[in-house]
Design a protein around this ligand. Structure first.
Ligand SMILES: *[C@@H]1O[C@H](CO)[C@@H](O)[C@H](O)[C@H]1NC(C)=O
Ligand SMILES: *[C@@H]1O[C@H](CO)[C@@H](O)[C@H](O)[C@H]1NC(C)=O
Ligand SMILES: *[C@@H]1O[C@H](CO)[C@@H](O)[C@H](O)[C@H]1NC(C)=O
Ligand SMILES: *[C@@H]1O[C@H](CO)[C@@H](O)[C@H](O)[C@H]1NC(C)=O
Ligand SMILES: *[C@@H]1O[C@H](CO)[C@@H](O)[C@H](O)[C@H]1NC(C)=O
Ligand SMILES: *[C@@H]1O[C@H](CO)[C@@H](O)[C@H](O)[C@H]1NC(C)=O
Length: 289
């Protein structure tokens, strides 16, 4: 203690420091002999080499066990969401309204559908897909498609019949019988129901049922064929395309209706309070003239 309290000059301090760096008496450098320094350096080098090797090994094992074909972490997604096109969002969700005597207002809707259906072009779909057996799941355990992929079933625009936009490029918007397209989001490895009953779309009028004279589904009965399931992911099925259902409404003019379209199947929930788009979609439709 006495030594610490002793007043020391700057020169003495520098000298002390010099002795610390190189002490000729004990032959130590910074408190250790050069030999010890070599050992300690070797120790740290070995330590970091081992740590790095462990880290690389851990990452490698993780990458090796991760399958690139499916997400390892699937959040919640047990039941698919449903969407409607034209996706004309208003204040209360999707609001499809147009005036048959105002070409600008309805061509906005029909252009939206034309654009949406571009990937469903018949020649394109028939080019790079597989012929599928309708009415049953298309289970593929092997990658038998080109470039180590799985096949996907074609869904062509013409399957939407009078809502395909082929005979009537206005999709019924010009004459007040508009088509909407219902799409169910894809979920990897999801099978919607049992082998006998494929999912189908059922639309009901929630408000203003007197103003809808009729509904027509394309494909027939609004059925979504089982051969589009299960979906194996983007990497495994690069040519996969969502199956669609189109619904054509015969509307009374100048009346607003609220419609709910639901995809009905055993494994598709539709009563999730927190997710109004799970298994169903609601929209308002108004045709004026
Ligand atoms: C599909 O694409 C081809 C070439 O782009 C085009 O000629 C044809 O009209 C399209 N078919 C439909 C139904 O849009
Ligand atoms: C398609 O529309 C035509 C003409 O409007 C009609 O005659 C035919 O029955 C419709 N097809 C179906 C499947 O509804
Ligand atoms: C499939 O589901 C339908 C409707 O839920 C049911 O009536 C039918 O018995 C089921 N079939 C089988 C094989 O489970
Ligand atoms: C469609 O839904 C309505 C209302 O939930 C129901 O009354 C009707 O039976 C359903 N139609 C079919 C074909 O499931
Ligand atoms: C549509 O549904 C009706 C009645 O349920 C049935 O008789 C008919 O075979 C179905 N059509 C198709 C193509 O599934
Ligand atoms: C629809 O458009 C016509 C012509 O532009 C117009 O006379 C009519 O008032 C419009 N109808 C509505 C409900 O806005």
């Amino acid at each position: 203690m006495a030594a610490l309290k002793e007043k020391r000059t700057c020169g003495q301090r520098c000298q002390d420091f010099g002795r610390f760096v190189w002490n000729p008496d004990d032959q130590t450098f910074m408190g250790r002999t050069p030999e010890k320094w070599v050992y300690i350096s070797l120790y740290y080098v070995a330590f970091y080499v081992v740590m790095t090797a462990l880290f690389i090994l851990a990452i490698y094992v993780l990458m090796y066990t991760l399958s690139p074909y499916s997400p390892d972490y699937q959040d919640r997604l047990t039941s698919p969401g449903v969407m409607v096109w034209p996706d004309a969002y208003g204040e209360e969700g999707v609001e499809i309204f147009f005036n048959t005597s105002d070409k600008k207002s309805w061509s906005k809707m029909s252009n939206c559908l034309t654009h949406f259906l571009q990937p469903y072009n018949d020649s394109m779909q028939n080019q790079n897909s597989h012929t599928c057996t309708q009415g049953k799941y298309f289970i593929q355990t092997h990658f038998s498609g080109p470039h180590h992929t799985k096949w996907a079933c074609p869904f062509t625009q013409s399957m939407l019949g009078n809502c395909s936009g082929i005979e009537d490029p206005t999709f019924g918007y010009a004459d007040g019988k508009p088509c909407v397209i219902i799409k169910m989001n894809r979920i990897i490895n999801f099978c919607p129901g049992n082998q006998t009953l494929g999912p189908y779309v059922n639309c009901t009028v929630l408000e203003g049922s007197d103003n809808v004279r009729g509904m027509e589904y394309f494909p027939t009965n609004g059925t979504i064929d089982l051969s589009y399931f299960p979906y194996y992911g983007k990497l495994a099925q690069p040519t996969y395309i969502n199956p669609l259902v189109a619904v054509k409404f015969d509307m009374v003019k100048n009346r607003k209706v609220k419609i709910q379209c639901r995809v009905v199947a055993d494994n598709i929930a539709h009563q999730n309070f927190y997710d109004p788009y799970e298994g169903k979609v609601e929209f308002c439709l108004t045709v004026s003239s």
